[in-house]
Design a protein around this ligand. Sequence first.
Ligand code: E4P
Length: 218
Amino acid sequence: MKFFIDTASLKEIKEAEALGILDGVTTNPSLMAKEGIKGQNNILKHYVDICNIVNGPVSAEVISTDFDGIIKEGEILAALHPNIVVKVPMIKEGVKAIKWFTDNGIKTNCTLVFSAAQALLAAKAGAAMVSPFIGRIDDSNWDGVQVIEQIVHIYGIYGYKTEVLAASIRSSLHIVKCAEAGADIATCPLSSINGLFNHPLTDIGLEKFLADYKKLNG
Ligand code: E4P
């Protein structure tokens, strides 16, 4: 499974990249706002800065909701760097735009997906990635991981090439469950990636190994 980091923070992206296990980045307008990135030029520059840190797909989201606006924005974003993937919302105009981008060689990530029905539409339109928001699905009293399983199953039946990108990850356990469910990618906060390292028996075992070594070697 590929690991993406879900942030617009250059500091966090650099920290995750330094681990040597990072495959890409996802951002959204809320994450950009959290970093205080405002104004079209600054936003575009920030995407380029991210692309210069990570050698992998970087999702940059459009804010238009009409076909023409999405296409115009997406073309500008895609021209920034070869790693840019245009993130398009799961709405009718969005699906039409995804099909247009697919036909014109521009990669897309269909975002704000909450059901297998929506994921089916994204795959039909040729999205490179589909982003089911599993944490937000859990919040609505449904099982986000179950939705991932359903999408992976359907895509497998028909051989759709769209990658299943588990988004809205809230914990390290979410990452493991998504791996079990067959997600191609998990996009995670840095805290959830770091949480994967933790096991008390590793700490206890290492402490003992080092103490035993010290006993004999000083
Ligand atoms: C990433 O592509 C999504 O925009 C993001 O994972 C949403 O996460 P949230 O539900 O924590 O805002």
